[in-house]
Design a protein around this ligand. Sequence first.
Ligand SMILES: NC(=O)c1ccc[n+]([C@@H]2O[C@H](COP(=O)([O-])OP(=O)(O)OC[C@H]3O[C@@H](n4cnc5c(N)ncnc54)[C@H](O)[C@@H]3O)[C@@H](O)[C@H]2O)c1
Length: 298
Amino acid sequence: MKDFAGRVAVITGAGSGIGRALADRAAALGMKLVLADVDPDALERATDELLAGGSEVLSMVCDVRKCSHVEELADAAIIRFHGVHLVFNNAGVTSAGLVWEHSEADWEWVLGVNLWGAIHGVRIFTPLMLDCAKREAGYEGHIVNTAAMTGLFGAPALGPETVSRHAVVALSETLYHDLRLVDAPIGASVLCPDQVPTAIAQSQRHRPEEARRHHAPPPSQPAIQALLAADAAAGGMSAAAVADFTFEAIRDGAFYIVPQPQGLDAVAARAQAIVNVAPPADARAHLTDALHAQLKGQ
Ligand SMILES: NC(=O)c1ccc[n+]([C@@H]2O[C@H](COP(=O)([O-])OP(=O)(O)OC[C@H]3O[C@@H](n4cnc5c(N)ncnc54)[C@H](O)[C@@H]3O)[C@@H](O)[C@H]2O)c1
């Protein structure tokens, strides 16, 4: 996708962090914005600021776990802007802790947002964009699913997130191939940030009632979360820089969008371990000793 001005971008998780930065970048490129988030206050703040900046904005409180919500978002976008060109299935959460300590409700929550959110986005917006392409001369479209570097390698203590991210990478690779099968003027990409200082470490703020009611978070979570947050703060790339990098990658037609390439060594190590049928490589080896000591001390 080469030209953005005047075209319509849909962004989920637009109220904070990377999603908000993508909205700011899209606005700067002259795009019309469809903003979605489960957090009404964060969404209202983003909407007010982008409207004040002169952008055309449609915003909707939307829980991407719910197919009906994503359908309503798509309908509203068509009614307001008569088309969609760029979709960021970006909303996401994380839940740190030992993989066997997460409750069923927590698995359903993280997979619901990170994986089903992307599945609903792909299922609902792709046919809609294919239809737009039939009606609009010179139509260009692009779908970006936000996964993570944890979608390309294995890392300790982030079970539900890692599982969801590998699945979103696979979903995006399939989308890429299927769009080629039908010669669609629509590109696909998977965005794989590594550590970015946003509000992701406070994802628990979005933990649904049904998860809160019955289950405490994993006992190992606070210690692990603190270590991961410190690691993110130490080596992270800003959300604004991730957004700038992402739009350049879309313009270049890149599929794997990897703003922090230093993580690719761990991806290669994983692939090598698979090829050598060796034990899985630990992508966060620099954290493992501290994690081990923390958990031993518990
Ligand atoms: N920050 C990082 O280090 C990092 C690394 C890799 C991947 N990611 C991914 O990047 C994406 C953006 O996260 P972020 O870092 O900006 O975190 P963030 O917490 O700042 O933003 C996430 C946004 O998603 C929204 N959200 C949560 N659940 C939702 C739901 N059910 N429906 C709709 N919106 C929902 C939140 O309200 C929030 O505004 C996520 O998919 C995240 O997992 C982040």
